[in-house]
Design a binder for this molecule. Structure first.
Ligand code: ZN
Length: 84
């Protein structure tokens, strides 16, 4: 084995470069997590921001998010430059 890091396939992941499905592996190096496409060689650092909202979305934050977006639309109907 030449790999010192464990590489695990990410089920259902799509390579952003070549579009291959189930070709992405993830591995840890220097405390960071990377993903790599075994098909085209694409690799990238996986940034897991601490974003509990995203994790909670499927449970009960959806309503709150909708409300938030609605408020933004109502308050700033012309503000199209707020990408978040
Ligand atoms: Zn690829």
């Amino acid at each position: 084995m030449t790999f010192k890091a464990k590489k695990r396939f990410i089920a259902g992941a799509v390579c952003p470069r070549c579009g291959a499905i189930d070709k992405l592996v993830m591995y840890k190096e220097d405390g960071k997590e990377f993903r790599e496409c075994v098909s085209c060689g694409f690799h990238d650092e996986m940034r897991f921001k601490q974003n509990p909202r995203e994790l909670d979305t499927r449970v009960n934050v959806t309503e709150e998010q909708v409300k938030e977006e609605t408020q933004i639309l109502i308050l700033d109907p012309n503000a199209n430059n707020s990408e978040h």
